[in-house]
Ligand binder design. Structure first.
Ligand SMILES: [Zn+2]
Length: 222
């Protein structure tokens, strides 16, 4: 890809599909092999920048970096790490809106590999099934921990919850700050980005208003 197109895609944060673009052989290597390979390549990046890797402070950085990528920041690339979301029958017949608010978003921008930090708010109206509340947080955490664009993150959470809950009646809002906007490029420290998507009854403006009213206290703070 030519360099001007690379800049355009990065600066506009254009995503290409709902699915995270993955190689066919994404998991041909074990985590240990990935860590070892990334450690090697990152040491080359550091050397190219002119850093002296024999310095005690720097010598362990390539390993720490590699382990952090595979086991922490990007653990959500691997489907085997997807949280098991068990559902329960809605025996108490709760039929109103349930809102899980201020769920931490710790993600990374796929165009610059810099942090995206913020909050997600999820609402749904239970049908036959309900989920344990912390499971929503775990699902948000899982999809956040891969290189992302915020629009896709929002959609992946929505689609997955709709599937798990067996209902279209789900709404997801994400407010987040992007370090690639605040620390480089335009260097805007204050702006943040909001994305939302919804289905089912949330197509109805009154239902969305009800959801946003419930968030009103401090829901739109990042
Ligand atoms: Zn970015």
């Amino acid at each position: 890809m030519d360099k001007s197109k690379i800049e355009v895609i990065g600066n506009n944060h254009i995503g290409t599909s709902l699915k995270t673009p993955m190689r066919e052989d994404a998991f041909a290597h074990t985590d240990a092999e990935k860590i070892s390979n990334i450690q090697f390549h990152f040491s080359k990046i550091m050397e190219e920048l002119g850093l002296d890797l024999s310095d005690e402070s720097l010598s362990g950085t390539p390993y720490r970096f590699a382990k952090m990528y595979v086991k922490e920041l990007f653990y959500g690339l691997d489907p085997k790490n997807k949280p098991k979301i068990s559902t329960f029958p809605n025996t108490y017949g709760y039929q109103r809106m349930l809102v899980e608010q201020d769920i931490t978003i710790d993600s990374s921008c796929e165009h610059h590999f810099l942090p995206i930090a913020g909050k997600a708010h999820v609402g749904y109206i239970p049908g036959e099934k309900v989920v344990g509340l912390s499971k929503i947080n775990r699902l948000v955490d899982y999809y956040s921990h891969r290189p992302q664009v915020q629009e896709r993150l929002c959609l992946q959470i929505l689609k997955d919850l709709q599937e798990v809950l067996g209902t279209r009646d789900v709404i997801v809002v994400v407010h987040a700050r992007h370090l690639c906007v605040s620390s480089r490029g335009i260097k805007d420290k204050e702006s943040y980005t909001t994305t939302l998507d919804y289905g089912g009854v949330f197509e109805n403006e009154d239902r969305r208003a009800e959801f946003f009213n419930l968030l009103k206290n401090d829901g739109n703070k990042v």
